[in-house]
Ligand binder design. Sequence first.
Ligand code: FAD
Length: 250
Amino acid sequence: MARAEPQIFEVVDSTRLTLNMHRLTLGGTGLEGFPCDQRGGYIKFMLSKPKIGKAVVRTYTIRNQSERGLDVDFAMHGTPAESGPATKWAITARIGDKIMVGGPGPAKPMPDGRGPFLLVGDMTALPAISVNLEDLPDNATGHAIILIRNEADKQNLTKPANVKIQWLVEEDLGANSALLAEAARSVPNVDDLAYAWVACEFEAMKQLRQYLRVEQNLGKERLYISSYWKHGMVEDDHKIVKRVDAEAIT
Ligand SMILES: Cc1cc2nc3c(=O)[nH]c(=O)nc-3n(C[C@H](O)[C@H](O)[C@H](O)COP(=O)(O)OP(=O)(O)OC[C@H]3O[C@@H](n4cnc5c(N)ncnc54)[C@H](O)[C@@H]3O)c2cc1C
């Protein structure tokens, strides 16, 4: 959990990164006193619900951190009217808009070493995967499988030459929960993996966990696996399902 008291940040930049990925840069007073080097960690947006009083809380990755602010990349899922509150806020935000932000919570980095590594995720995990790829040593080897909504959502990622990127495209992101696991099953020599890092939609995560943890016997020291959202469910309900699932498997 993010522990620090929420602070007020201000939108200092707003850019459409790719067709379905929107970047906000958040600076302002909240940045003063925010710990350094939190790239890859997560923050909690407290979106106000004026009449009800209780904030709607949504979790996002710090893609970059600089003196100017925190870059946060929002995977879009529809028009502003169709989107959840965080995505709607992000794509309609204007420079100078203010937002309460809690955190940071810790990053989930790759371990030291040259691999081979496997990284798997959808657009919600693309910021975290990008950070992890950037931080691998030049001689690292491996494979990254990334699910995007459109060919136009491919990004030019900084990565070691011998880490291969495989892009998968699904317009209704997360609707086919088998896609990522099927792609992972086609990666050769999975039993030689030094480490696998996975974050995606809940049902897709379960299929990957079945393959990597149960069938390939990757223990916790060789596997990070998490769901970042659940198809058809708002984050608050996803968190409950995630907790019940975690208790059931441990
Ligand atoms: C540690 C962590 C880090 C995360 N980092 C990022 C990040 O950097 N960028 C990012 O985009 N997301 C990230 N997420 C996922 C993000 O928190 C969820 O997608 C969140 O539900 C979005 O909130 P919302 O208000 O837009 O939608 P909600 O109100 O939560 O959901 C509304 C509806 O939209 C659906 N939905 C939610 N997200 C998506 C999606 N991406 N595609 C399709 N349908 C969706 C839900 O299933 C629901 O039906 C992260 C999650 C975690 C746990």
